[in-house]
Ligand binder design. Structure first.
Ligand code: NAD
Length: 478
């Protein structure tokens, strides 16, 4: 399997023919290659996108754009198994998770396809003899830097609203997992998207990614990934006054009060960290538990944690492997150092038989009580590691929940309605879930962070605003 860039509706190799090996995370062995793009391929893609804006794509009505996106949604539903199989191979995630991801991607194109012609402007009362209208216009060429954890979903999340608003896109998926993103490109062409409206350049971040975010021909950039690269993206887009939306991860708290319904909470809390082996920006990676329920809650969580099983996509267990050797080394360092420092291990999951020493698998670990200043309590691990911290009362819970640099998602578990409202108001976070958890679904729900989790919003109608700007037209008719 040798994959190419999608530029101007054509599948192209890099000009110098260079390739990147794609490793299977379950075996660490190569199974495919990608074209290794750089500045030249990015330049071709940006120019193709610009031409698309000046051609049939730029002249399409919102309804026509919406129909193409909805056709794409239908194709994704019809070929969801193909998309899921590719993503599972590329990332190692369990097949049922990959299938759910494919369904979520379809939903993005369905939702934004339907919304494309429902974005209306405004008229503004002004001086006598004047008509004022405010219309929404696309940014132009949008750059999309996509991570490896949910390649197809993340691409759908930013691409669908960008295309709905009439932008032309250049996508740089992750070198670690992009096969499902390329498949989406193929399906988009089949759905009738004109050449150049969507271009995909594969390659390394420092080469293709940096060339894209620093290209003077882009008008907007969206990035999901690490805070460090988020800063680099801001620096390179700032050179050309290009706005961006940044989604930079989190250390999201799940807050359990004494009166919580544990039967309901416990499975959801464990799933919120085990899902995708903890490689989820909105993973519920800190469990804050009130003293009165601490022992009972931790026992129930530990029992489930000990039962977590890690395996290949076909085994379809709770978790797959981590994405690459670097992530495995990083997560193992968190686990090993914390153990050596004496942070108690409450429970551990296990690899399926025969997987020891193979691929990038890591067994889930439950730590607790974790000291409040420990890095397990404040840094993003991005692996199957849950840190438990006890708290005293509501004020203490808020202090602890807000005590990290991040602010992406928070979960609150309590039966007390007033407390639910107070907590929702006081938590520094882009989303708050009460007696539930999960940003994975919910295409309709505005999503994004505060503090170092980034800025700008994706999902929901607000994404259509992010992916466009306004033009104010003042007409004198006296
Ligand atoms: P990363 O930020 O390096 O990569 C994300 C994307 O950015 C990839 O497509 C990559 O090619 C691209 N990129 C890298 N350098 C770039 C540059 N200079 N300019 C433009 N694009 C560039 O993330 P990573 O190294 O794959 O993972 C490291 C950490 O990032 C993880 O441990 C995790 O904490 C975090 N992360 C978060 C998310 C999330 O959903 N918020 C996703 C992936 C990774």
């Amino acid at each position: 399997m040798d994959f190419r860039h999608l530029i101007d509706g054509q599948w192209l190799d890099s000009l110098d023919g260079q390739r990147i090996e794609v490793l299977d995370p379950c075996t660490a062995r190569p199974f495919a290659t990608l074209a290794r793009g750089g500045a030249k391929e990015v330049d071709l893609a940006v120019r193709a996108a610009r031409r698309a804006l000046e051609g049939p794509w730029g002249r399409m009505t919102a309804t026509e754009r919406g129909r193409i996106l909805q056709r794409l949604a239908q194709l994704i539903v019809a070929r969801g198994d193909e998309l899921a199989a590719l993503e599972a191979r590329d990332t190692g995630k369990p097949m049922s998770v990959a299938r759910a991801d494919a369904a979520a991607v379809a939903r993005y194109f369905e939702f934004y396809g339907g919304a494309a012609d429902k974005v209306h402007g405004q008229t503004i009362p002004y001086l006598n003899g004047y008509d004022v209208r405010v219309v929404r216009i696309p940014h132009g060429v949008t750059a999309h830097i996509i991570p490896w954890n949910y390649p197809a979903q993340m691409m759908g999340r930013t691409l669908a609203p960008a295309l709905a608003m009439g932008n032309a896109a250049v996508v740089k998926p992750s070198e670690d997992a992009c096969l499902s993103a390329l498949k989406l490109g193929e399906l988009a062409m089949e759905a009738g998207l004109p050449p150049g409206a969507l271009n995909i350049v594969t390659g390394f971040g420092a080469e293709a990614g940096a060339a894209l975010t620093g290209h003077p021909g882009i008008n907007f950039a969206t990035f999901t990934g690490s805070p460090e690269v988020g800063i680099q993206v801001q620096q390179s887009t700032a050179r050309h006054q290009v706005p961006c939306v940044l989604e930079l991860g989190g250390k999201s708290p799940q807050i359990v009060f004494d009166d919580a319904d544990l039967d309901k909470a416990v499975p959801i809390i464990v799933k919120a960290i085990a899902q995708n082996a903890g490689q989820t920006c909105s993973a519920g990676s800190r469990l804050l538990v009130q003293r009165g329920i601490y022992e009972r809650c931790v026992q129930a969580i530990a029992a489930r944690f000990a039962a977590l099983r890690v395996g290949t996509p076909e085994m379809d267990l709770d978790c797959g492997p981590l994405i690459n050797a670097r992530q495995r080394a990083r997560v193992r360092a968190f686990i090993d150092e914390s153990r050596q420092q004496g942070v108690p291990v409450l429970a551990e999951g296990a690899l399926a038989p025969g997987l020891d020493g193979q691929g990038f698998f890591v067994a889930p670990v439950l730590f607790g009580p974790v000291p409040r200043e420990h890095r397990l309590a404040c840094q993003e691990v991005f692996g199957p590691v849950l840190s438990v911290l006890p708290f005293e009362d509501e004020d203490d819970a808020v202090r602890l929940a807000n005590a990290t640099d991040y602010g992406l998602v928070a979960g609150v578990w309590t039966e007390n309605g007033s407390r639910q409202s107070r907590m929702a108001a006081r938590l520094d976070s882009g989303q708050v879930f009460i007696n539930c958890y999960g940003a994975g679904g919910g295409v309709e729900l505005p999503f994004g962070g505060v503090k170092r989790s980034g800025y700008g919003r994706e999902k929901g109608f607000v994404a259509l605003e992010e992916m466009s700007t306004t033009k104010t037209i003042v007409q004198h008719h006296a």
